[in-house]
Design a protein around this ligand. Structure first.
Ligand code: GLU
Length: 310
């Protein structure tokens, strides 16, 4: 396992948090490159966290495969990677605390119920508030939802710019404890970023719409809000985000340099005239030349297979 003790003291801790649902593909490589390059350029520390809170989607052994891929591509992280699964009891304790403080409530609605209510906001389906005031007995609810308010949540994304969302209007009260008993991604990621002292979240734009929910939870829990930067998404020819569990083509180990350069260019960054000799040389260039301002603000058409051609 690759690790390099950090001697840096600068106030920058970045992270890459892959879900072990499949090997890295070009889309996740782009997120990893943007996040690592930003940390290197800022002289910060960079962590890898295995987002395996959703045990139903986790593929055994996949975390090791992803770490091997990252290492081969020249990524270097500062601590032994954290596995979310090791924190699952802690997530549940914090959810319980929010519940007893009346920030959360038990809900018996299914996804079909929410769908049937037919309310849509900017971020998709909106929970209609059905169980919010019912104080259901523990044996009669399926999930726990956090209460949202109508005060606008504002943040300044380093790529997307100033954004604002009204959570109660656009999302509604959202699930923090799922029907299968696991903590939901939205709260697990907030607790993790807090525990890992993350100052800078650089990740794919598919999570842009989740950010106000995460900021709301940070406010309730008294946690600091990190800086956010959402990178453009790689989509296939049908405009669909590449995803690991769809078995999109994994990045080829024998074309590491080629894929790194393709990811770098996808992120709007310039490459030098002469070719890189190896991945180390690429990263030393990337550390000096990364400019987050050059990253395009929206996803655009990008054919994944093209990036794999030598
Ligand atoms: N685990 C998420 C993914 O693989 C990323 C979570 C995050 O960066 O907040 O898409």
């Amino acid at each position: 396992m690759s690790s390099r003790p950090s001697t840096r003291t600068i106030d920058y801790v970045g992270r890459f948090a892959p879900s072990p649902t499949g090997p890295l593909h070009f889309g996740s490589l782009v997120a990893a490159v943007g996040s690592f390059a930003d940390a290197l350029h800022c002289g910060g520390t960079w962590l890898v966290r295995i987002d395996d809170v959703d045990q139903t989607r986790t593929i055994p052994g996949m975390a090791q495969t992803i770490l091997r891929q990252l290492e081969y591509f020249g990524f270097r992280w500062s601590q032994v990677p954290v596995q979310q699964s090791a924190r699952k009891d802690l997530y549940l304790e914090i959810i319980e605390k929010l519940f007893t403080q009346d920030h959360a409530f038990g809900c018996r609605c299914t996804r079909q119920d929410v769908l049937a209510a037919g309310i849509r906001g900017a971020a998709g389906l909106v929970y209609p508030g059905t169980c919010r005031d019912h104080q259901l007995a523990p044996d009669s609810y399926r999930t726990i939802r956090i209460k949202t308010g109508s005060a606008p949540i504002r943040f300044n994304d380093r790529i997307a710019g100033e954004l604002v969302q009204n959570l109660s209007h656009d999302v509604g009260d959202f699930v923090i404890k799922r029907a299968d008993g696991y903590a939901a991604y939205q709260i697990a990621v907030v607790i993790d970023d807090h525990l890992d002292h993350v100052t800078d979240v650089v990740r794919g734009a598919d999570l842009l719409a989740s950010t106000p929910r995460q900021i709301h939870l940070q406010h309730l829990l008294g946690y600091a809000t990190p800086r956010y930067a959402h990178l453009p998404l790689v989509v296939d020819s049908g405009g669909r985000k590449l995803s690991k569990h769809d078995r999109d083509r994994p990045v080829e180990m024998d074309q590491a340099l080629h894929s790194l350069v393709a990811a770098w260019q996808f992120l709007g960054q310039k490459i030098p005239q002469q070719q890189f000799v190896d991945v180390e040389e690429f990263w030393s260039f990337a550390a000096r030349h990364w400019s987050i301002k050059k990253a395009p603000a929206t996803g655009h058409y990008f054919e994944s297979a093209e990036t794999q051609k030598p």
